[in-house]
Design a protein. Structure first.
Length: 149
């Protein structure tokens, strides 16, 4: 599952590059990419791709919406996830937001604190409600607690 991913290798070979956001890095702002991005640090903004693979490692986090064709999560996402082709949630994955997917794999221990919605291409038609974001800091690698509404 999380060992040798054939998908990761195919994307890196096809596009020729993988971008690493290391564990000591914090990026504030949106990221748009093509190819593969591996997040071990923290991104405060939306992440999107024309064609690509996004991997969020166990100590990585994204505070914003994710719109990528193939997504592997073993860290934290606070925002909505739109996986057009494939979504893989590893055992330490925590998503606080709604998940829209075409194909999903969930490992025991992964968490989704929001709704799961299947769509043939992973993208729903029409506007989607945005997740309410707080200004509080979310340290990488810590579990996000959600207050009951």
């Amino acid at each position: 599952m999380f060992g040798k991913s054939k998908t990761a290798g195919n994307v890196a070979n096809k596009h020729g590059s993988t971008t690493l956001i290391s564990s000591e890095t914090i990026i504030t702002g949106d990221i748009h990419f093509s190819g593969a991005v591996h997040i071990e640090g923290r991104v405060k903004g939306n992440v999107s791709a024309d064609q690509g693979l996004l991997t969020i490692a166990h100590n990585g986090s994204v505070e914003g919406d994710v719109r990528v064709q193939r997504v592997v999560v073993d860290g934290h996402v606070r925002g909505n996830v739109f996986a057009e082709e494939h979504l893989e949630l590893a055992s330490r994955a925590v998503i606080t937001g709604n998940v829209f997917y075409s194909v999903i794999e969930m490992t025991k221990g992964s968490q989704v604190n929001g709704s799961l919605e299947h769509h043939p291409n992973g993208v729903p038609v029409g506007p989607q409600p945005l997740l309410e974001r707080s200004d509080e800091e979310m340290p990488a690698g810590e579990v996000i607690e959600v207050a009951d509404s």
